[in-house]
Design a protein. Structure first.
Length: 254
């Protein structure tokens, strides 16, 4: 069972992960790393992290919904697509070597960082009402499906990549991109948590305690997002990409 030292390591980092996740996605990398740094076995770390992440993301998704950032015309397409993709990704993980996929991500991350740096304004998209709905719905659904596959296969950075793609490829403004990404990520988290609960790998007391810190982090993150929007999202996204790149590189070389 987790000791007090485990709580002392996990809870502050989960607070940070909730803040980052609410603003730009990718907080799961920080929280999962926290559980692993605390010495939890890998399967228990992943399962317990999913419990706290799901609760934290639920608050963020609720608050984004209350603010009107979630376009339900797109959400009803993206949520099933994300769930389908996540299921396919989990099955794919059993057939494709994990190392091969990590090398692919190592090539994708610098491209994503270059895109963020080159765009002068991440909020350069347009409101959903000003876009051709059929094309936007198709692009958003395909993005949710593809990112869902990634989330089921590997996971960290899911919210970040989806936000970037919805903004860059689907042409959505930052608020709509963030809301769509958050509600889709919440759905995939919930489905994955159900699997982990049935597997018996969740440390419930640790996960629920960490959830309180995740909720606080998500609350602070959403409040900061409302006030600063793209000005805060850009450095947070870059931070997630840099840390994620370093983590992947260390795993591959180590």
């Amino acid at each position: 069972m987790p000791t007090w030292a485990v709580y002392a390591i996990v809870c502050p980092l989960v607070l940070l992960s909730g803040f980052v996740d609410a603003v730009a996605g990718g907080g799961g990398f920080f929280s999962l790393t926290a559980y692993l740094l605390a010495g939890l076995p890998v399967h228990n770390a992943i399962a317990t992290n999913k419990l706290s992440a799901t609760i934290g993301t639920s608050l963020a998704a609720y608050r984004y919904t209350r603010r009107g950032f979630v376009p339900w015309k797109l959400a009803v397409i993206c949520i099933p697509a994300a769930l389908l993709g996540s299921t396919a990704g989990a099955r794919l993980a059993l057939a494709v070597p994990d190392t091969a996929f990590r090398w692919i991500m190592l090539a994708i991350i610098p491209v994503s960082g270059y895109y963020v740096l080159r765009r002068k304004d991440l909020d350069g998209g347009r409101p959903l009402s000003e876009l051709p709905y059929g094309r936007t719905a198709l692009h958003s659904g395909l993005i949710a499906l593809g990112i869902g596959v990634y989330d089921g296969f590997y996971g960290p950075g899911t919210g970040t990549f989806m936000l970037l793609l919805l903004s860059g490829l689907a042409g959505l403004d930052l608020n709509t991109s963030a809301g769509t990404a958050k509600i889709s990520n919440w759905a995939t988290n919930l489905a994955a948590l159900a699997v982990f609960i049935t597997s018996g790998n969740v440390y419930y007391v640790l996960g629920l305690t960490a959830s309180a810190f995740s909720l606080l982090g998500n609350y602070l993150g959403t409040m900061s997002f409302y006030k600063k929007g793209g000005r805060l999202a850009r450095p947070m996204i870059l931070l997630v990409l840099v840390v994620f790149f370093g983590k992947l590189l260390s795993e591959l070389l180590g």
